[in-house]
Design a binder for this molecule. Structure first.
Ligand code: ADP
Length: 396
């Protein structure tokens, strides 16, 4: 027959083996019954030299103290004193206390919880109506308090690791971002510098046509640079939520017509087919300027990446949202790129068109700010559809 494990072994193994500290304490409480007699036990973690009611991190009652379990105030005063003095405290009822009710006759034992840095909290036991704590009980309780202290120290270290890992991740992201930004900014700047230096060479003469060609490149690259900077500022503002949105009831059909007209003025050969000319479309709470910006971005992408294709625009109504579908019949986007298409600076390699890879990233932030969703569907050789889902307000 297997010999029963001594309680101290069960307790120390539970604390060492459970990754989750509350589960560990639950196992400990079960094993404690044969180890140390108590009605209630509570663990407090203090801060700034204080223990408050909210600092109870764990409390358990056995049979006799069940009624007092919900009320964790019972150990508060002792815990506060232990934490303040950084020493073990035993408090027994004085002789004048009426002994008719056990609950009003508590024997307290409070012990400091320590980490290697010093006191971090208190462990408090109560026995209603006694018996008094013997030196063996006190030593057992000290043993427990030491184990609990180690357990909480481990938990604090684990939390510190999580925080440090998060800040390292942030720093890595920042570094990536700076590296990508400087790379993106350097490309147009390189063109501007190269062509202007060439034009300024004292040992060369340029005919009017070449000069114009070089100046056109410089002009275009300067525009590209300005566009990049605008995009970066805007995405930074959208991400830090400092860009205020102006939500108002918006007629989506009118907004689609307006964006279409603006794009057709800009891109003379663009064919746009609006598929909902007759349908009544409910009002949507939206920032019309930002939503138009999203559509204009889709139009300019379609011109760049699906040249010559007509654009189909459709609105579909669902129970609690409205979907705008923006479809082209261009070359499409390969499946492996689709999950990344809304990521910052992501561009599908192989297209000649210039861009920053920030357009769709910004579009997504704008739609998210509307509590909506932006998605893409695409098949190589068949075309691409962007789907904007916007919530319909209850009233509309
Ligand atoms: P940019 O156009 O500045 O590169 P975007 O974020 O607007 O950046 O777009 C990201 C990438 O998505 C583009 O580089 C392009 O590869 C791809 N893309 C966007 N729209 C389309 C489209 N309609 N058809 C095919 N590919 C597209």
């Amino acid at each position: 027959m297997e010999e029963q494990k001594p309680a101290y072994l069960v307790i120390s193994e539970a604390l060492a083996n459970h990754a989750e500290w509350k589960q560990a304490l639950d196992s400990v409480t079960v094993a404690l019954r044969s180890f140390l007699l108590f009605d209630n036990m509570a663990l407090y973690l203090g801060q700034d030299g204080q223990i408050n009611r909210t600092d109870v991190v764990y409390a358990r009652a056995t049979g006799r103290g069940k009624s007092a379990e919900a009320d964790i105030d019972w150990g508060q005063e002792i815990a506060q004193a232990v934490f303040h003095k950084d020493e073990l405290i035993i408090k027994t009822p004085d002789a004048t206390t009426p002994r008719d009710q056990r609950i009003s006759f508590p024997y307290f034992l409070g012990l400091p919880l320590k980490s290697s840095q010093g006191i971090i909290g208190a462990l408090v036991f109560v026995r209603f109506g006694g018996p008094t704590y013997t030196s063996r009980h006190i030593n057992d309780a000290r043993y427990l308090a030491t184990l609990f202290g180690c357990m909480f120290e481990r938990r604090m270290l684990e939390q510190q690791i999580v925080t440090l890992e998060e800040s390292r991740r942030q720093a890595d992201l920042q570094e990536d971002f700076i590296a990508t930004i400087s790379h993106e900014l350097r490309t147009p700047l390189g063109f501007i510098k190269g062509y202007s230096t060439t034009l300024l060479r004292p040992d060369a003469e340029w005919d009017a046509e070449t000069r114009k060609e070089f100046l056109t490149i410089i002009d275009e690259e300067a525009d590209h640079l300005a566009g990049l900077i605008d995009h970066m500022l805007e995405s930074a503002r959208l991400q830090s939520k400092t860009l205020l949105m102006n939500f108002q009831p918006v007629r989506i059909d009118a907004l689609l017509r307006d964006a279409t007209m603006r794009s057709q003025t800009r891109y003379k050969d663009l064919t746009v087919i609006l598929e909902n000319e007759t349908q009544v479309i409910p009002l949507v709470m939206a920032d019309s300027v930002r939503l138009t910006q999203v559509l204009l971005n889709f139009f300019s992408n379609a011109v760049k990446y699906a040249p010559g294709s007509p654009i189909y625009l459709r609105v579909r109504l669902f129970e609690n949202f409205l979907r705008i579908e923006f479809r082209d019949e261009g070359p499409g986007i390969a499946a492996q790129h689709l999950p990344h298409i809304f990521n910052k600076f992501y561009r599908v390699p192989g297209y000649g068109a210039s861009g920053s890879g920030l357009g769709l990233f910004i579009c997504r932030l704008i739609i998210l700010a509307h509590r909506g969703q932006l998605a893409v569907q695409s098949m190589l050789g068949q075309g691409t559809t962007f789907l904007i889902d916007l919530p319909l307000s209850q009233s509309s």
